[in-house]
Design a protein around this ligand. Sequence first.
Ligand code: ADP
Ligand code: MG
Length: 259
Amino acid sequence: MNALTTDRIRDHATRLGLTHLGTDAAVVTGLVERAEQAQMGYLDFVDLLLEEELGLREGRRFRNALKLSGLPHHKTLEEFDFAFQPDLDVRKVRDLATLEFARAKSNVALLGPPGVGKTMIAVALAVAACQAGFSIYFTTLDDLVRKLRTAEATGRFNRQLAAFLRPAVLVVDEVGYLPLDRAEANMVFQLVSRRYERGSMIITSNKSFAEWGGVLGDDVLATAILDRLLHHCDVLSINGPSYRLKDRFDLVTGGEPMP
Ligand SMILES: Nc1ncnc2c1ncn2[C@@H]1O[C@H](COP(=O)(O)OP(=O)(O)O)[C@@H](O)[C@H]1O
Ligand SMILES: [Mg+2]
């Protein structure tokens, strides 16, 4: 290919916003070489060109979205050791990973004691949703409430609430660790009722739903919140051992190996 042509392709690609094809003449000439070696047809070559550009753009979008997502880590379901948690139904988790819940704007609740992998599964589902193109955001309930309170004090409550309404999948981690007061529970009610049937939430909690009245400091509000949250919701209870204590037999059994 002559230099004039490659320069013009680069220029046109850049002006069209095809930043990958526009960065370096070597990108296009490299693709042309691949096409020649594989004796590709014209259609296949156009397909290859667009695929390259889109692949890089998607990769970039995915990495940026993960960076802004607030996720504590980016572990995936492949890293989850299902053998360690035999009472957890693998098929249920794999079904959730198809992201039908996100398309249906329904919710997921992961319940169980500390260390059983609730946060990890919530994160893995959020990473999968992000990869599939859903917008995601991760927060603990504590952080969420703190942000809403601060916003309210400075007259920005609606704007902050809108930020929590925007993502297609909102993870709210650790419901139940710290009790809320009535004003805070009211904010959670506003969030849950505004997201109801408009977006998905993935909730993790160490408390059973029956105990949420205590957590939220008000039985009536707790019922109203659960009513909306659970109307369309997959509930996974994980009641096995703590993965954090996996190698700490001494702590769990007082020195005896675990059965
Ligand atoms: N079955 C598992 N396989 C692999 N890692 C696990 C498993 N369960 C938990 N972990 C890991 O153990 C730690 C605690 O899990 P986490 O999801 O934070 O538990 P929880 O939110 O239920 O308290 C994390 O580092 C997590 O990645
Ligand atoms: Mg957790």
